[in-house]
Design a protein around this ligand. Structure first.
Ligand code: RIB
Ligand code: CA
Length: 314
């Protein structure tokens, strides 16, 4: 039976690929998509989600806009990475999909409490919406199978030396999620940096010979340019679909149990995820932490999803 899931995202080039994977892979049932401020303002991430729905031919999935700013600190966006639009690179047609009138938190609550079995949440942006959901509706935890988020790192950060972007944007939200008691899996940079869109991956996408595949190549080519300029990466790490892949095919993403704390007060380390991989602290396990990726298996699933959507759309 397909695993029911909701994606909460901030498109974002890698969020776009995550949405396509979740929309097309038969192992999951995409029930809803929500957007949050992160890579760009929530207005832009929501427009970008509408654009992805349109080019990927995603229909029948409710889309709702969410929080415009983090719980405590002001919003900082990643226009240096994703561009002024948040999805620079391709030219997109006018969106053919609109949002539902509810706030993202209300849509998540309605879908979660209305579904006959617990649902998996896959946040791929800052955790603001999810933290607000858990705070406003504590009982909703019984309807959540697990939260599998892209964020954090067992090693260094990518927004500060210590903090990964999604957690850095809203550390309080990440702390709420990790102390909620809901089963949580963290897919951090230490693993997503293995999901590189190499020239061989781009060639496989190009060979699909569909409009959608060409759009993905343009997205990843732009993403490659910023990762090369900012960090000297030979190919861009496509972070967000790793969290979806963990749900789709758990063997693709190897995880271990660990205690994860979010640093909220450190002068130099605020937003860092402090992962106790070796049980130094004696603190109880509160998360599964991704430590390995089968990159070939991962890209096979991503490329199959883009192919399926691209053929549907033609
Ligand atoms: O640090 C990478 C994460 O931050 C990804 O989710 C990317 O889309 C940005 O949101
Ligand atoms: Ca993201």
């Amino acid at each position: 039976m397909p695993v029911p899931l909701i994606i909460d995202c901030d498109p974002g080039h890698d969020d776009a690929i995550a949405l396509m994977l979740a929309a097309a892979d038969p192992a999951v049932d995409l029930l809803a998509v929500t957007t949050v401020a992160g890579n760009q303002t929530v207005e832009k991430t929501t427009l970008n989600a509408r654009r992805v729905f349109t080019v990927a031919g995603i229909t029948g999935v409710p889309l709702a806009a969410g929080c415009a700013r983090p719980l405590v600190q002001p919003l900082t966006v990643a226009d240096d990475v994703h561009g002024a639009s948040g999805l620079d690179g391709p030219r997109f047609p006018a969106p053919a999909v609109d949002v539902v009138p509810e706030h993202a938190v209300e849509l998540m609550h309605r879908v979660l409490t209305g579904h006959p079995e617990p649902v998996t949440l896959v946040p791929t942006g800052p955790l603001t919406n999810v933290a607000l959901l858990l705070t406003r509706y504590p009982d909703v935890a019984a309807h959540i199978r697990e939260i599998v988020f892209m964020g954090g790192s067992t090693e260094r950060g990518n927004r500060t030396p210590a903090a990964e972007f999604n957690v850095h944007v809203d550390p309080e939200a990440a702390d709420i999620v990790l102390t909620s008691g809901v089963p949580v899996t963290m897919c951090g940079l230490n693993v997503t940096h293995q999901a590189l869109a190499t020239p061989a991956v781009l060639a496989r996408l190009e060979a699909l010979d569909t409009e959608l595949a060409r759009t993905c190549v343009e997205l990843l080519t732009y993403f490659a340019s910023t990762y090369r300029r900012l960090w000297g990466f030979p190919a861009p790490p496509v972070h967000d679909p790793v969290a979806v892949a963990r749900v789709i095919d758990p063997a693709t993403v190897r995880c271990v149990d660990a205690h994860v704390a979010v640093e909220l007060c450190g002068r130099y380390t605020r937003g860092a995820t402090v992962v106790d991989l070796h049980r130094y602290t004696g603190r109880p396990v509160n998360a599964q932490v991704a430590v390995g990726l089968d990159a070939d298996r991962f890209w096979d699933r991503v490329i199959a999803a883009v192919d399926a959507l691209g053929r549907r759309a033609t």
